[in-house]
Ligand binder design. Structure first.
Ligand code: SAM
Length: 437
């Protein structure tokens, strides 16, 4: 009785171990030499940023955060963006992959080459130093190699998913260059410098009970920056709960309205709670909450759409056994993710008016769930609708933020923030699409 149950249980790998094994099989061939560094970073505490609440005590927040040694990461990025060359210099290069364009422009004039410089990833020494600092937070159990537990069938299914989703069916995907995104002037986002593993204390609240700042993974601001919000924008936040990115949008004071959708009622409640802790009720008229399956939306009513899809959630599945997507009971749901992601992105595109833009984001390193979804959604749109969509190049945004985040250089359509010990943000994939007139 009892003993047998125990034996059976000990054979089954935990969700976290299964996830680690999965990543070793499927991410290592993609990220090659950088995989060990990404892997150890994923297993370590991630780095947060503090988003200043404009309805809290802004001065106190800025003082507290600077005294801790944190800096406003948007100030640097803003300066870098202002010196970015005009888009005309690079225009007219349709049908190129982003990375090819990057290579090409480094051969141009000295000026262009200078602008294209992406900061080098940290050296091994820097990594090692940070690793030593992190050691106290890291459980050695996480580094024990795990045994292969996949059945042949599971492996084939997963391999198909990682590879074939990513194989082109020949639909031309155009990458266009637009004016650089602008950093919203009302946003304040603080983070510790590269290599500094400082931590933020819980925020204080002001007399009205509103908290001074909101803590989140630093890379989570990038999808909102990529939206390039403007005063008359009507925004759709298709998968909005629990509302981290909604809060960033609201803090810009820019959009005319934000329509927050999510399929989960309990998660929408969490979003409402977040809004209540940060925003006075009399200034939330511009925010609408709606619970429905985002895949059903198809009326072009918005000019900015954020599609922040459910994904592998790499960090979560490596560290939390609760609700772990890699538990054997959830294999079907997990293999279904790319289909859901594609359908959500297609719905996002169909909800966007001509001339508007759509940002797609995930927090996974899975290429099938990143570039692969951009490709399959655009193929679907091309084959099944009259809508015309192009990819907007985000290289300039990555360059502007290269002091804070480490970006992968080989994404085709978007930008991917790679976790590294000295700047342990992400993973976060961001791609931007434009619905053409
Ligand atoms: N944007 C959020 C933020 O910044 O806090 C995080 C979004 S989370 C990565 C993905 C969300 O998608 C989950 O809240 C989940 O409930 C929602 N979701 C999953 N399937 C959906 C669907 N079919 N339609 C709409 N939302 C969906």
């Amino acid at each position: 009785g009892k003993q047998r149950r125990w034996t059976q249980k000990s054979k089954e790998l935990s969700g976290t171990n299964k996830a680690l094994e999965h990543f070793d099989i499927f991410y290592k061939p993609v990220y090659k030499d950088t995989w060990p560094s990404i892997r150890i970073s994923l297993l370590t505490t991630n780095k947060y940023c503090a988003l200043i609440n404009n309805y809290g005590d802004v001065e106190r927040a800025r003082d507290t955060l600077s005294q801790l040694g944190a800096c406003d990461i948007l100030e640097e990025a803003s300066e870098a963006l202002q010196s970015t060359q005009s888009p005309d210099a690079e225009a007219g290069e349709g049908f190129n992959f982003a990375r090819e364009t990057t290579k090409k422009s480094t051969n141009e004039t000295d000026d262009a080459a200078e602008n294209d410089e992406v900061e080098e990833p940290p050296t091994e020494d820097e990594e090692l130093l940070t690793l030593l600092r992190y050691e106290k937070n890291t459980s050695l159990d996480n580094f024990v190699p795990v045994k292969r537990v996949y059945t042949e069938k599971e492996l084939i299914e997963q391999e198909d998913l990682e590879k074939s989703t990513y194989q082109s069916t020949g639909v031309p995907i155009n990458i266009i260059h637009e004016s650089p995104v602008q950093i919203p002037k009302d946003l304040g986002v603080y983070a510790f410098n590269k290599g500094d593993t400082g931590e933020f204390p819980a925020p204080n609240s002001n007399n009205a009970g509103k908290l001074d700042y909101f803590l989140m993974d630093g890379a989570s601001i990038l999808p909102v920056i990529a939206l390039d919000l403007q005063p008359s924008d009507k925004v759709l936040d298709l998968c909005s709960a629990p509302g981290g990115k909604t809060l960033v949008m609201k803090q810009t004071n820019l959009p005319e309205s934000i329509f927050c959708n999510d399929i989960s009622g309990s998660r929408l409640n969490r979003l409402q709670k977040v809004l209540r802790s940060y925003i006075p009720e009399d200034v939330t008229d511009d925010i609408t909450l709606k619970q429905q399956d985002g895949r059903q939306l198809k009326n072009p009513q918005f000019n900015k759409v954020l599609v922040d899809v459910p994904c592998n959630t790499d960090r979560h599945v490596l560290l939390e056994e609760d609700n772990n997507l890699f538990k054997s009971g959830r294999t079907g749901e997990r293999l279904q993710l790319p289909v859901v992601q594609r359908d959500l992105l297609v719905a996002g595109i169909l909800s966007c008016i001509q001339g508007g833009s759509v940002v797609y984001s995930t927090c996974t390193l899975s290429a099938a769930q990143n570039d692969g979804i951009i490709q399959s959604a655009l193929e679907y749109i091309w084959q099944e609708t009259d809508v015309n969509v192009a990819v907007i190049d985000l290289n300039h945004m990555a360059k502007a933020f290269s002091k804070t985040f480490r970006f992968w250089r080989n994404s085709r359509y978007g930008q991917l923030v790679l976790p590294t010990l000295s700047c342990n943000f992400g993973p976060m994939y961001i791609a931007k699409l434009k619905v053409l007139e």
